[in-house]
Design a protein around this ligand. Sequence first.
Ligand SMILES: [Zn+2]
Length: 298
Amino acid sequence: MLRFVLIIAVVLSSATALLAQPLKIASLNTVMADLASEVGGERVEVADIVHAGVDPHLYEPAPGDWKRIETADMLLAGGLGFEAYLDRMRPSLENAGVRVVVGGDVIRPISGACENHSKEGHHHHGVIDPHWWHSISNTRAVVFQIRDALIAEDPEGKAFYEVNAEAFDRRLVALDKWVRLQVVLIPKASRVLVTSHDALGYLASEYGFEVLPVQGLTKSSQPSSQQIAQLIREIKEKRVKAIFAESLENPKVLEQITAETGACSAGSLYADGVGVGVASTYEGMMKHNIGTIVEALK
Ligand SMILES: [Zn+2]
């Protein structure tokens, strides 16, 4: 009997040893969090430090957030200046053994659109656009970056992460095809996106739109009355039919613009990360944004 109990105990303890604790991942970017959940599956536990509904342009880590970040195995960030505090915190986190994975490190950055449409005031020339996820080819590169980081942190899960990343990548290829077929439904001259801030530059360059943002890349400055007047002239000249709001913003300026141009106010887009409901995943966010754009401009 004693021997039997001992055998049971040995079997139980070795089974427990095989069930490793999931990797603890903290994320400052809702898109990065979704990609890590897709690739990591049940081997990871992703904590959204910045979750949908929080404006990431205004967010600064609170002391409680620092604790969750410091005790994680891995920290995910969008990069390219999206998290202004990241460069400050990165060295101490890496010293503390937190692997920092920054999506913007593996994509080819573009600069903001503001210099193209404002004659005075805005000096955003050469400023890097951090909203890389609006181009699916960028997102695919980041999926493989996350796969490699997970394998480095958890080599035993290599095959698991590889299979998941491949499967997710196939879905992203299909999504990219769908986006291109949708965009074709919009007449070429109507492929103009008037948005509240300059967040859709990658979508524009990848899928053939022109962007006319009301605000710059960061939302930190309010447009001057001359800039708004200039934008209104351009909207009239180009006969833009619809203007897009965003989920996290004050729509006052957009209301003025729609009133003065006769353009209609289309639904709102998720610019700074994933949204809620059906848009709470990366794929859902892209489908929502493209669907809203095509519906308004076709
Ligand atoms: Zn933004």
